[in-house]
Design a binder for this molecule. Sequence first.
Ligand code: FAD
Length: 458
Amino acid sequence: MIPPHVIKSLQESIGKDSVITDRESLLCYSYDATRKEAIPDLLLRPGNAEEVSAILRIANQEKIAVVPRGAGSGFAGGSVPVQGGMVLSLQRMDKILEVNRDDFYIVVEPGVVTREVQKAAEAEGLFYPPDPSSVNFCTIGGNISTGAGGSRGIKYGTTKDYVMGLDVVLPSGDRISIGTRAPRSVAGYNLTRLMVGSEGTLGVITKAILRLIPLPEKIVTLAAVFSDLHNATVTVGLILRSSIRPLVLEFMDRESIRVVRDILPVNVRAKGEAMLIIEMDGTAGVVEKELQKVEEICKRSGAIDVELATTPSDRERLWTARRSVSASLYKINPTKINEDVVVPRSRLSDLIGEIEKIAAQYRLQIVSFGHAGDGNLHINIMTDDKNAEEYGRAQEAVKALFEATLRLGGSISGEHGIGITKARFLPMEIGEQGIAIMKGIKRVFDPLQILNPGKLWP
Ligand SMILES: Cc1cc2nc3c(=O)[nH]c(=O)nc-3n(C[C@H](O)[C@H](O)[C@H](O)COP(=O)(O)OP(=O)(O)OC[C@H]3O[C@@H](n4cnc5c(N)ncnc54)[C@H](O)[C@@H]3O)c2cc1C
């Protein structure tokens, strides 16, 4: 319960319409894509950084939890208010403030949907490469806070490689600007980089300066279907070892293909155990040559069907299908467990082998797809939480998956973050000392622990 005097001072600071108490609205802000749920006591919808600052000042004085939230599409429960308190939605702060062609950057508010950033850059002949599959609805603030990845990471890196500077409101309500509009800076500790992936636990991002690059002249897309799963993963290695660096190298296993088969372009409907979606970008001549080489590699390593997405609508349908896999799997198993482990690229085949072993050992269906070119797979353990015995096995399987991933030199999260779902596993990767250092950093930023409590560690 938020005391009435707090609600009153929030209303005076940011306006009555931005302080929301009705249960229907609170329910809408109680969950993210994990479907973990906790109803907040209050929803706040500030329109600018001053209002964010006023909210945090009041919350800090009153020691009330504040949970920043973008679109709520996170896969780790990061925006779920597990300890109640106030959800601070950044969705109204959705302006593109500047596109700078001379210095290759864009300045945006945190609530801008990522696809809108890409479009604004493209309109000026520029390119914002980070491309999470949720690009059409997730926000830039959420991307920065989770360190979002996506399919183009293989060639152009992920969100972290594009954040040049940030405006942040600290839990005290104080506002800081960090980073620079210049192409480089080594002025002290890299606070901008620290904010990336901090999952709303250190400060609230109210503005971002993002790096842009020139828009590629041409992008070509092909889909290669394999009747043998291992041929597909071997092909990933062969392409990566060639002189070609694809823009995208995505993997889907048999079940991932099956759940979106109806929306795949007709010519890539062939029955397969696995499919790779491969894109190359660059100047027309170079891209054509690379395309030929990649087609040859796929055929030599056993692809039963290699199809070019020649029209924009075929390409769009292919991507719609790929981006729909996760949601389609949720339809089958609303309580499936979705992990996003990452291994060194050369260990991808080993990871697939480990997943097969874990599926057999724990008698579970495991569906995999994702950013194979970066060694980052979405591992979906298909389970029903109403079946306690099976769900228990699924939890054991998650632990076994993380152990195998770490043995292979990888990480328990390639892009979704830790949030609440992986909090108990974080010590497996970074150790107790790592946790102690992180807790120390948290205390410097947020001594009263009001910002997004209950996340990152148990
Ligand atoms: C179908 C689907 C596909 C997806 N594909 C990908 C993918 O390919 N790659 C990938 O990386 N992720 C993917 N995701 C996960 C998700 O979209 C990303 O994690 C995304 O970055 C979350 O953005 P959001 O705006 O929804 O943030 P939210 O879920 O609202 O919040 C995420 C975290 O960021 C914090 N936060 C949000 N805004 C701010 C702010 N302004 N200041 C401080 N903290 C803030 C929250 O407190 C929370 O901890 C996918 C999700 C779905 C549903």
